[in-house]
Design a protein around this ligand. Structure first.
Ligand SMILES: Cc1ncc(COP(=O)(O)O)c(C=O)c1O
Length: 364
């Protein structure tokens, strides 16, 4: 048997341990006491409307899902002001990144990203044996000029994670406008907006407008995993030109999105109350950390964030991660991203945030 040679070089994604296992290893009895703020999930939980819809859909689980996502597509298209044919759903937005790989990447091509951006872009490029060109950042923020300078005739796409995971920073609408003016037409600009809903309204770029105008080399990726609190269901979407969506649709399995996810996402789109509560909780949490972190130790530096997480410089991030874990707080160490002195913390409920701060104070 001869595998595709490059597959052996693709690193296996290392998932975190289940919370129950961490609790068992550390000898904690009650997992409810553990604060997991490591994966940028919504600590308020799913929308209550979505949970009701899931319970109803459970009775229909003997059926295959609606492979065309007809109703959800129709509703979301109405909300975004696009046509249903501008939308495609994926098993999480991660799957959509893979679809992009299928359509655009291969040997001899490259993908431009920032040096410290969402790790899945690298994995997908490697999966399709494409080269990764990592552009330098400025103050933990995508440097769009550096990304443009990195484009070559072999570049198939530039991925802008906006806001960026793991740094929490965003590029301004003005910078994006200038970038798009200069971007060669052979390159697809992918805007990964997994954390879009957390941005203050004034900072939000309107990338959907580009698609409404008929622009062919822009695609926007969003997800129900973060602000909508549905990460476990795996559903995200792409918004793009009809032609582009048509290509991505060719590499999609017939039933890539499950029925419960469709029902929950449909209901979640009507739950403004939950979305607003989520946003407010995150805004207030970020303010609390910005106020309190400088008071800890010699003053902890935090990268200002417009997402539901932030980076904080603690010194030896892996050690601090271990110490926090002993205090029932799970964060994400950042050495894997080349930031060994930093950890990433997801904003939680007010009580969780206070507990995280108390644990950090104890350690530092
Ligand atoms: C920037 C970014 N894009 C995409 C994803 C994937 O989200 P999904 O759950 O929709 O696959 C994540 C999840 O952490 C993310 O941080």
């Amino acid at each position: 048997m001869k595998p595709n040679k490059w597959i052996e070089t693709v690193p296996v994604y290392e998932p975190g341990k289940p919370i129950e296992e961490v609790a068992r290893e550390l000898g904690f009895d009650d997992i409810a006491e553990i604060i997991k703020v490591a994966s940028n999930e919504n600590e308020l939980g799913p929308s209550p409307k979505a949970m009701k819809a899931m319970a109803v859909s459970a009775k229909e689980m003997h059926r295959y899902p609606d492979g065309g996502c007809f109703y959800l597509k129709d509703k979301l298209a109405g909300q975004l002001g696009v046509q249903p044919q501008n939308l495609l759903f994926g098993n999480g937005s991660n799957e959509l990144i893979e679809f992009l790989g299928h359509v655009y990447l291969g040997p001899g091509t490259n993908l431009v990203m920032s040096e410290c951006a969402f790790v899945v872009y690298r994995l997908i490029a490697m999966l399709f044996n494409a080269k990764i060109v990592a552009a330098p950042m400025q103050k933990f923020t995508h440097d769009l000029d550096a990304m443009l300078a990195a484009v070559t005739p072999e570049t198939r796409m530039v991925i802008i994670c906006n806001p960026n995971n793991p740094t929490g920073t965003a590029v301004t609408p003005a910078k994006i406008k200038a970038f798009l003016k200069k971007l060669p037409v052979h390159v697809l600009a992918v805007f990964d907006e997994a954390y879009f809903e957390f941005m203050p309204d004034a900072a939000k770029p309107d990338m959907i407008k580009e698609i409404q105008k008929g622009r062919e080399n822009v695609i926007v990726l969003r997800t129900f995993s973060k602000a909508y609190g549905l990460a476990g269901l795996r559903i995200g979407y792409a918004v793009g030109h009809e032609k582009l969506i048509g290509l991505l649709n060719r590499v999609r399995q017939p039933f890539n999105v499950n029925s419960m996810a469709l029902a929950a996402a449909f209901a979640a789109l009507d739950d403004d109350k939950h979305l607003e509560k989520t946003r407010k909780t995150v805004f207030q949490g970020l303010e609390l950390f910005a106020r309190e972190l400088p008071k800890i130790g010699n003053g902890l530096g935090m990268v200002p964030s417009v997402a539901n997480f932030f980076l904080v410089k603690t010194g030896n991030g892996r050690k601090v991660f271990g110490e926090l874990q002993k205090r029932k707080v799970i964060v994400r160490p950042m050495d894997g991203y080349g930031l060994p002195e930093w950890i990433r913390i997801t904003v939680g409920t007010p009580a969780q945030n206070r507990a995280v701060l108390a644990a950090l104070k104890e350690i530092l």
